[in-house]
Structure formats: structure tokens, C-alpha cells
Design a protein around this ligand. Structure first.
Ligand SMILES: [Cu+2]
Length: 571
């Protein structure tokens, strides 16, 4: 009660402050860093990433691994004087440590093994004194010790991969799909690589997959999602261009051809994004996919972005795509959206553009204005509630003060906020005043409304008997395990829910391996400083693949705890 009244006073003060600025400048858009009210969310500039965040992943509870491409980067140097293209960003100090890479990561991919090692593969041509990265495998681990760095194996992949997709499998291995053997504006027959391979490698060499032939030429950075189902199912959802299918990664056979996705191609350079609808034990982990946005014409940089989302329920006998608008009422066209799987079971879309296609600027060495292939940056986050009725599923939040177009990225972090960084549609480094869409090194936090609504946030103090949380070791748990969670919370009427989240590896609107699963909470008991409760892990690794870098969120009335806790989910 006391907290709520304090909160509303704070809201009034914020409102008055905003109104006074508005009166001064007569333009609410001139107030970039203060949201108009708590239901709008809030953007906060937090720091600089050192290298532009073309790829990123939450590698420790307080560390975001940032990866750019090899090339000119006056912002950060490796100790040998070369330009850096990877850093480790610390969410607590908002500073970065430079990491050392020597094979070009330009448009590569990543996923975690079940043991917690990050596997990053693929890339592009040698440049700026760095080796080519087409067949490179890069590993990194243990990133809390102030010393960890990349280990690189330049020719470890079976074949060259640029714009490939990787996914953590239910058996703890990593699947690696597609790409091309050269950088390009759109895939071509002479450079395509319609194959897949595994890490660690199988006995056989990389093998062909018909799906990538069927979805040519819009088959770069295909969508790959592990489908929930019974133990031993081994199914992946694959989507690219307008094609979608269910494919078995053990038998290597098509399980089901799905109907074509309505609208235009949804894949690079007409980049949309696919996501697994947040899973829940309440409907026995029903398998649904949503594909949103994209471009409509790859020859016209002014063509409006795709303004639809298509959703399919794979638990049905004869699944069909069901069309919805992308954004509330006004049908927001959006190219290159980033999708964040939120711990409250919703999907948040950030970043992107309203026209054109993904790709470099066209006159990279010319003077201003450089010709960007995408325009009208889409700066308002959109929240999708999959449980709501069609027509009332979308909310729209405060505008991002920073433009985030091609090569931008975003991830959920353990405090329930969204870390947003990157944006660089320029072939070469382009400074802040030199380009309409410069090489962006600024990072922001988006604070969603669920953290601003005054609901008291729990503090998780103990998980499965462990009170040292988010330390060197993630807390080991396994499937079907029921374990106790303690929280501090000063509230007499809490409503607890819990979810398990993997934030994935993020690049080019692909949130590889990302998912969120609502798990059961029971036996809530009052304790001295808060509450204890039991939570139950999902039944198997198809519902939530194994590994660390997985987070337990406890929510009170939909508001997440001050920090989620890292788990090591073991087979
Ligand atoms: Cu790229």
C-alpha cells in the first residue's frame, strides 16, 4: 500500500516534469529519454559496446557477448593494435572488455552446447588483416573471470557458411544450417550452400537438405526452432522464403510439409522474424509458431514493409496459417524486427525499418547522403499477447531515441529489461555525424511497463537449496524435477508465476534457440521475509533444450523478480 502510493506520487512528478518540458519545447518527440507514462515503457541510454552489436548473446547473468565484423573500428583496439570486433559488455558497470578475434565474423551464427560452451561459426572474406571466417568455429566459455577469450579453429566447418542458422538441439548438440559460400545481396545458385552439419561433427560430412533448395533464393538465415513434444521426438520447424516444414534431425526426413506462409518471402533480404509462441504447462506445451513482418519488394527501397503476422498451430491435424495484423490497429509494417520472448509469456518486437530491404548502403564510399536500402526506422516496441483475442493482442510503447536498423540486435536480460544495441547498414565504419544511419555503438535498456506499474518485485534468495545465485556455477537442475524457491517480498497478496527462459544468440532478426516456457508453481507458503514455493521443470528436452544460460524467472502478478537466476539444465 505504502509502495503504491509512493509510486503514484513519483508518476505524478514524472508527468509534471514531462509536461513542463513539453511546454518549453512544444514537441514531445524532443524528449527522447523520458517516457510519457509507465504504460509506455522507458528507454535509458546505458553505455557503449566498443564494437557494433551485429551479434549478441547473454553469456553470463551480468555479461553480454558482443560480436561485430572485422573492419575499421576506431572505437576499440585489440592489444596488438588491430581493430577489435568482439567485446564483453558488463551490465553492472556498463563498461566493456575487448576480446580477441582473428577470423571474420561478418554475418555468422551461434548456439550453446549443453555443457555451456558458446559455439560461433561461419563468417565472410578476409579483410583488415584478419583471416576469412567462412569455415571458422569459435568457442568461448567461462566469461566471468576477467580473462576468458575466444578459441578459434579457422577451417573446422565442413563447408563455408555465411548467413547460416544454428540451434541447440534437445540432445545437447548444435545444428548448423545453410548459408552461402560468399557474401551476397541475395543467394545465388553458384554460391548457395543447401547443406547442414552438426557440432560436434557426425561421422558423415555435411549433407544436402531439400528444404533449402525449395526455399531458394530467400533461404539465408532460415528460421530453425526445436518443436515441443514427447521425449525422443527430434523435430525441427524450418521456415524460409514462403516455405515451412517439420523436419526430423535424427532420421533426416520431412515429417510434414506445411502450407506456404501467406504474403511475400519472409527471409533475407526481405527479413522478417519467426518465433515459438511462449510455451505453457497449462496447455501441455502446445506447439505454435508466429512469423512477423518482412519486406515486400527487393527492388524498391521505398516499398512498404510487410504488415502482417502469420500464426500456425502445429498441434492441429491439418495446420493452417492464421493472419493477424503486425501492431495495434494501424497494421505496422516492419522489416528486420527483433523478437524478444518475455518472461510473462508475451513477445516484444523492437528495432527495424518501415520500408525497403536488409543490406548495405549502396554508395559506401561516396559522400552524404548515403543511400540506405531500408528507410523509415520503426522505433516503437510492439508487444504481442498470444493469449488475447485477435484485435486486442497488440500494445505499442515509447519510441526508441536511437535508430536501430540493419545489424541491430536485442536481448532479454535477467532483471526483465531488454538490452538493445547495434545498427550498422554501412559497408565501412561511418561516424555519428557522417551518416543518416551511422555505425551505432550506443547501448540502451528498454524498461517494459511490467516493471513500471508499481507491483512489488520479489527478490529470489534460494533455488533448489542453493543460496549462492548467479555465481561461477549455474544451479544444476534436470527435467521433471520439482524444487523449492524462496523469495523476499513485502506484499500480503502476491500471485506467483514462473518461467524458464533461454535468450538465445541474436543476429539479423534471428533469435537462435530463444524460447520461454511457463512452468508450474505450487505450495506457496509465507516465510519470515517473503514466501517459499515449489516449481516443476518441464518434462523433457524438446520442450526446453539442455544447457546453462537458462534463466528461472519468478513473477508477482506478471512483474518479474529483481533478477532471474541462471540454471544449468542437465540431461
Ligand atoms: Cu549482415
Amino acid at each position: 500500500m505504502k509502495f503504491n502510493s509512493l509510486f503514484s506520487i513519483k508518476n505524478v512528478l514524472v508527468t509534471l516534469f514531462v509536461v513542463s518540458i513539453v511546454n518549453n519545447v512544444n514537441n514531445i518527440d524532443a524528449i527522447p529519454l523520458i517516457s510519457r507514462d509507465s504504460s509506455d515503457g522507458k528507454w535509458v541510454f546505458v553505455g557503449k559496446t566498443g564494437v557494433s552489436a551485429m551479434h549478441l548473446t547473454l553469456i553470463r547473468p551480468t555479461k553480454v557477448l558482443i560480436i561485430d565484423k572485422a573492419g575499421i573500428n576506431p572505437e576499440a583496439l585489440i592489444s596488438n593494435g588491430k581493430y577489435a570486433y568482439s567485446t564483453l559488455y558488463d551490465l553492472t558497470t556498463n563498461t566493456y572488455r575487448v576480446l580477441s578475434l582473428h577470423t571474420n565474423t561478418f554475418c555468422s551464427a551461434g548456439a550453446y552446447l549443453a555443457n555451456g560452451t558458446m559455439v560461433e561459426t561461419g563468417g565472410a572474406e578476409d579483410t583488415a588483416g584478419e583471416k576469412n571466417g567462412f569455415q571458422s568455429v569459435r568457442l568461448i566459455d567461462g566469461c566471468d573471470d576477467g580473462k576468458c577469450d575466444w578459441l578459434e579453429f579457422p577451417y573446422e566447418l565442413d563447408s563455408a557458411r555465411w548467413y547460416n542458422t544454428m540451434t541447440t538441439l534437445p540432445d545437447g548438440r548444435v545444428f548448423n544450417l545453410g548459408g552461402s559460400i560468399k557474401a551476397c545481396a541475395i543467394n545465388r545458385k553458384d554460391i548457395e550452400n543447401p547443406t547442414y552439419e552438426f557440432f560436434p561433427k557426425e561421422d558423415k560430412k555435411g549433407q544436402k537438405i531439400q528444404f533449402l533448395e525449395d526455399s531458394f533464393p530467400f533461404n539465408l538465415y532460415p528460421t530453425v526452432i526445436v518443436l515441443p513434444g514427447p521425449k525422443g521426438q527430434n523435430w525441427l520447424f524450418l521456415a524460409a522464403n514462403k516455405k515451412a516444414q517439420i523436419w526430423d534431425f535424427v532420421t533426416k526426413e520431412v515429417v510434414k510439409h506445411l502450407p506456404d506462409i501467406p504474403g511475400g518471402p519472409r527471409t533475407y533480404p526481405l527479413t522478417g522474424t519467426g518465433a515459438l509462441i511462449p510455451l505453457t504447462y497449462e496447455n501441455n506445451y502446445k506447439s505454435e509458431i508466429i512469423v512477423c513482418g518482412g519486406g515486400t519488394d527487393m527492388k524498391d527501397r521505398n516499398a512498404p514493409a510487410e504488415n502482417t503476422c502469420e500464426r500456425i498451430d502445429l498441434s492441429e491435424k491439418d495446420p493452417q496459417w492464421d493472419e493477424d495484423e503486425f501492431g495495434p490497429k494501424m497494421k505496422t509494417g516492419r522489416l528486420m524486427p527483433d523478437v524478444i520472448h518475455m518472461p510473462d509469456g508475451k513477445l516484444l518486437y523492437v528495432n527495424g525499418a518501415g520500408t525497403g530491404m536488409a543490406g548495405w548502403d549502396k554508395k559506401a564510399t561516396g559522400k552524404n547522403p548515403r543511400l540506405h536500402t531500408a528507410g523509415l526506422p520503426t522505433r516503437n516496441p510492439l508487444l504481442y499477447d498470444p493469449k488475447a483475442k485477435k484485435g486486442s493482442r497488440w500494445s505499442k510503447f515509447a519510441e526508441d531515441p536511437i535508430i536501430r536498423v540493419y545489424h541491430s540486435s536485442a536481448t532479454l536480460v535477467p532483471d526483465g529489461t531488454v538490452f538493445v544495441a547495434g545498427s550498422n547498414p554501412n559497408r565501412y565504419y561511418c561516424g555519428m555525424d557522417q551518416c543518416e544511419h551511422p555505425t551505432e555503438h550506443r547501448a540502451e535498456t528498454f524498461i517494459p511497463p511490467y516493471l513500471l506499474n508499481g507491483v512489488p518485485k520479489p527478490t529470489i534468495t534460494k533455488v533448489a537449496g542453493h543460496s549462492k545465485l548467479n555465481g561461477d556455477d549455474a544451479i544444476p537442475v534436470t527435467y521433471e524435477q520439482k524444487f523449492s524457491v524462496s523469495v523476499d517480498l513485502d506484499s500480503s497478496d502476491p500471485v506467483f508465476t514462473a518461467s524458464l527462459s533461454h535468450m538465445g544468440f541474436v543476429t539479423h532478426s534471428q533469435h537462435m534457440s530463444a524460447r520461454v516456457v511457463k512452468i508450474k508453481v505450487e505450495n506457496v507458503q509465507k516465510s519470515d521475509s517473503g514466501y517459499t514455493m515449489d516449481v516443476t521443470m518441464p518434462p523433457n528436452s524438446n520442450i526446453f533444450p539442455p544447457g546453462r544460460h537458462n534463466y528461472l524467472f519468478i513473477l508477482n502478478k506478471g512483474t518479474p523478480a529483481k533478477s532471474a537466476v541462471e540454471l544449468h539444465v542437465q540431461l
